[in-house]
Design a binder for this molecule. Structure first.
Ligand code: ATP
Length: 542
């Protein structure tokens, strides 16, 4: 349980105690209902004329019947509220950690795998509290009460009951954990891989369909499904065997009660209704204890899910906030001073002794061959990585001395791969900053997106498709530039915004940038310096 403990703590003591007590109350109400019903039926059969004596039993049946439903409702409410709080915290921590380590630590990660960890693995972890922790405590409480009650009826029945409940509540779960561990791990791994592969296949569906990769993809899915099915079958077998053993042990308890208490009845020391009550009550107590076997069969897959969620913590950020941060300077001059950089695990430098200054109101175009390190340089300004030698400064202050979020708040960036989210045009734009519809329409018009506005049903309220699938590459790039222009940041970083545009539209975009970012420090990466007007200073890299 040690690796799972973290997914149980923090739900609040009162809630945890409340859910366990309500759970135990529910099972004890079942025990009471069956016991009292047994006593009532046998009492009525033995002395049908004494209705008055039976009245308390009749009332108790009603009381236990109603309270069982009410207690179950309360228990579900409290335990699920607690579980969702726990899961919300775990998921929030996981997402916050991913945001902290992005993008550097995520370069080698699979998006689908990360999604599976944050979503299905965290969902799976609800079983830690609901299936393992709370039911085990409930079973322990119910077992104690049951042993005490049957001991009260017949002291010889107490050790027998304790033994049978011990077998059902301790030995059976221990066996189930061992028997289902490998299947649980395999099930979790196959489910995660299936989720990741599905996402990747959906993303690359057009390529798979047209590029002949479909048979290989289908084969991969078939193998994954077979692995998942085999693991689920193995686990279901363990669960079935545990349930059968639970029923057999419950039956043994019933027989033991009939034999031992029955002797008392034969000798006139115990009444018949008490025999019925103890035998049926004992059987009912197995509802709580006996289910632990099948519940603990999920332990392996819960451990695997917990390990995968915890594994996210192994992703370390490439940059950290300084211990003693410096105040953000008002001057947004961006300067690269003798910057040298190589990617982790790579043997050669991408950037060597790069010196460059971009002042407010200046427009600098960075040109150079593919792979020269132009995007990398923008990444250093955004502090996705830190330089190996030299420094990048903002207003004369080393970026490493500024709080990361503060430093990044000074930049507006349109990346080379324009990120467009599944939403409306307006939603995508307003991620950058709030603006009126008139301002948005004017901006899109300046960037040559008036045609898109006219074509897209709903205009600004038009749905752009998943990842902007309803937009052309050039439209996506211009939408990304629009977001950067909307963002009120004094340094503008544009990574090949004209790559997908015809010369006329490219010039129109550059003019809009000149107009709208007149006072900002602008650094633009391009392979088309011939499109630039006199306002631009061209700097070569590589
Ligand atoms: N995360 C990474 N890990 C390792 N190497 C990387 C990484 N990102 C980029 N590179 C390598 O660094 C070099 C510079 O890449 P970068 O994207 O900065 O070039 P670029 O000048 O912008 O190229 P292009 O004009 O084609 O966009 C390339 O050789 C690339 O393969």
């Amino acid at each position: 349980m040690s690796g799972l403990w973290r997914f149980v703590r923090g739900g609040g003591r009162a809630r945890t105690l409340g859910s366990v007590l309500l759970g135990a109350g529910t099972v004890l109400a079942s025990v009471g209902l069956l016991s009292v019903s047994g006593a009532l039926i046998s009492g009525a059969a033995l002395k049908p004329e004494s209705l008055l004596v039976l009245l308390p039993l009749i009332t108790s049946v009603r009381l236990f019947g109603i309270s069982r439903a009410a207690l179950r409702y309360g228990e579900r409410l409290v335990s699920h509220d607690l579980t969702f709080r726990l899961l919300g915290r775990v998921r929030g921590e996981a997402v916050a950690h991913l945001a902290r380590v992005a993008p550097a630590a995520l370069v080698g990660a699979r998006g689908g795998d990360l999604l599976a960890r944050v979503r299905s693995d965290v969902d799976e972890l609800q079983g830690v509290y609901l299936r393992l922790f709370a039911p085990t405590l409930v079973a322990a409480l119910v077992a104690l009460v049951t042993v005490a009650l049957v001991g009260f009826v017949d002291p010889r029945l107490a050790p027998v009951t304790l033994g049978l409940l011990g077998l059902a509540g301790v030995a059976l779960p221990a066996l189930a954990v061992r028997a289902a561990a490998a299947a649980g791990r395999a099930q979790n791994a196959a489910r995660a891989e299936l989720g990741a592969a599905t996402l990747e296949a959906l993303h690359g569906l057009p390529d798979l369909v047209t590029g002949g990769g479909r048979p290989a993809a289908e084969g991969h899915f078939a193998r994954l499904l077979a692995t998942l099915e085999a693991a689920e079958t193995r686990r279901a077998r363990v669960t079935g065997a545990a349930n059968a053993a639970r029923d057999a042990l419950g039956g043994c308890g019933l027989i033991a009660a009939l034999l031992l208490v029955g002797q008392g009845v034969a000798q006139g020391e115990t009444s018949g209704p008490l025999l019925a009550a103890s035998a049926l009550g004992l059987l009912a107590s197995f509802e709580a204890v006996g289910n632990l076997g099948s519940a603990w069969a999920t332990y392996g897959s819960l451990r695997a899910a917990a390990a995968r969620v915890d594994g996210l913590r192994a992703l370390r950020p490439a940059v950290e906030d300084p211990e003693r941060p410096v105040n953000l300077p008002a001057d947004p001059t961006l300067r690269f001073e003798a910057v040298r950089f190589r990617y982790p695990g790579v043997e050669t430098d991408v950037l060597r002794d790069v010196n460059l200054t971009v002042r407010p109101g200046e427009r600098v175009a960075l040109v150079g061959p593919s792979g020269a390190g132009k995007s990398t340089l923008l990444g250093l300004a955004l502090r996705f990585w830190d330089p190996g030698a030299g420094r990048v400064t903002l207003g004369g202050v080393d970026l490493r001395d500024l709080i990361l979020a503060d430093a990044r708040s000074r930049f507006a960036w349109a990346p080379q791969q324009a990120e467009v989210f599944g939403g409306t045009l307006r939603e995508n734009l307003c991620l950058a900053a709030d603006a009126t519809d008139d301002d948005l329409l004017a901006l899109l018009g300046d960037l040559g997106l008036d045609g898109l506005l006219a074509r897209l049903p709903g205009g600004l309220s038009g749905w752009v498709g998943e990842y902007g699938a309803q937009l052309s590459a050039g439209e996506r790039a211009r939408l990304s530039v629009a977001c950067a222009l909307l963002r009120p940041a004094p340094v503008l970083l544009l990574d090949e915004p004209t790559a997908h545009l015809d010369p006329a539209n490219a010039r129109r975009l550059l003019r809009a940038v000149e107009e709208r970012a007149r006072d900002r420090a602008t650094l633009l990466v391009t392979h088309q310096p011939e499109l630039l007007g006199p306002a631009w200073r061209v700097v070569g890299l590589g």
